[in-house]
Design a protein around this ligand. Structure first.
Ligand SMILES: CSC[C@H]1O[C@H](OP(=O)(O)O)[C@H](O)[C@@H]1O
Length: 367
């Protein structure tokens, strides 16, 4: 997406043809920093410490990590080792395993001397495919916004609430939950976005707000606990979020707090949509609450907040008593029964096994 006068993706191949440049999102919205990553350990750090984050982007970053490793050592042992090292970085987003499997399965049959070049080609393919999947999600999601807009008074905006960041910063470009919003803006459909700040990492306050402001999307930052109140007062027309892993039955794992938004939406008759590219569907899992591993991140992410001081320094300050421990589950699971629809690149599916198989019949298990 455009940042100032330049078009950026979140990650791209450096001009040296082998290392990777990426936006280090930890410093947004206060500083726009680009880092050059040259090693597998550097890729692992970027994922684990959330320089890059968001399920699709995590997958693409790992794919480039495999390419960097193949350039160093194209052996089977190195291919297995890099799969293990990068898979261990974060447990919840299925796109990480999906991308690593794609890379290993496509590289394994090749002669070692062909693997490095093939790995870079495949990583670029996965990155480009992510952009196209997100554009398709945008087109399908736009239809929902159009239908709501048709019921509003002329000029009255469609009020959309989103949680965390499932924007272009969570993908290679366009985003998933934000793709329909960007397309609505291009079509001059009046929209307004309530952005959940999304404690503790504040992806909404730091990242989604930055995206919305950067693209002139009318938006209002709200604390995470305000969404239910706004829905009770008819101030939200729809909720749209991303996901890190959706099961074959339509259970949706996403940033912590999503489940509570879905409960409030159901209680107030507000449609609750999830935008996802198909690599985010884990077809091997059926019960999200029981089976999806929920990442437990450092308590420091709860105990400290990042911000910019009056003299422009970006730093963190502690907000808890020294003696107070903190828990930090990073995701939760919204049961399919609370999901109005799954917006995929192939259309909008009912949040159920049948609904997903109607769009992805090739996934039906052999009878
Ligand atoms: C389009 S995936 C976005 C998804 O990823 C975020 O998690 P994190 O920032 O910890 O990687 C969040 O769950 C978003 O909905």
């Amino acid at each position: 997406m455009k940042v100032g006068t330049r078009h950026y993706r979140t990650i791209w191949l450096n001009e040296d043809g082998w290392s990777v440049d990426l936006i280090d999102q930890r410093w947004l919205p206060h500083e726009f920093r680009i880092e050059n990553v040259r090693t597998v350990e550097g890729i692992a750090t970027a994922i684990r410490d959330m320089w890059v984050r968001g399920a699709p982007l995590i997958g693409v970053t790992a794919a480039y990590g495999v390419a960097i490793r193949m350039r160093e050592d194209p052996s089977d042992a190195a291919l297995d080792d890099v799969w293990e090292r990068l898979h261990a970085t974060r447990p919840t987003a299925i796109n990480l395993r999906w991308a690593l499997d794609e890379m290993r399965n496509r590289l394994r049959p090749l002669p070692e001397k062909e693997r490095a070049a093939a790995a870079y080609r495949l990583a670029a393919e996965i990155a480009d495919e992510d952009v196209e999947l997100n554009r398709a999600i945008g087109r399908h999601g736009l239809e929902i916004i159009r239908q709501i807009a048709a019921r509003k008074k002329p000029g009255e905006p469609v009020n959309i609430l989103t949680h965390c960041n499932a924007g272009w910063l969570a993908t290679v470009d366009y985003g998933t939950a934000t793709a329909p919003i960007y397309l609505a803006m291009e079509e001059n459909i009046p929209v307004h976005v309530y952005v959940d700040e999304t404690r503790p990492r504040n992806q909404g306050a730091h990242l989604t707000s930055w995206e919305m402001a950067g693209h002139g999307v009318p938006h209002t930052l709200i604390v995470d606990n305000a969404g239910g109140h706004l829905m009770q007062h008819g101030m939200v027309d729809m909720v749209i979020v991303g996901t890190d892993r959706t099961t074959a039955t339509g259970d949706v794992c996403n940033k912590i707090g999503t489940y509570l938004k879905a409960l409030a939406a159901r209680d107030n008759g507000v449609p609750f949509y999830v935008a996802l590219p198909s690599p985010t569907i884990d077809w091997t899992v059926r019960d999200g609450v029981k089976e999806i591993p929920i990442e437990e991140r450092s308590a420091d992410e709860v105990s400290y907040v990042w911000g910019r001081t009056a003299d422009g320094k970006v730093t963190q300050v502690r907000i808890l008593p020294d003696a107070t421990p903190a828990a930090n589950p990073a995701f939760d699971v919204t049961p399919a029964r609370l999901v109005t629809g799954l917006i995929t690149e192939r259309g909008i599916a009912e949040a159920s096994e049948d609904g997903l198989l109607k769009l992805f019949p090739e996934r039906a298990k052999a009878a």
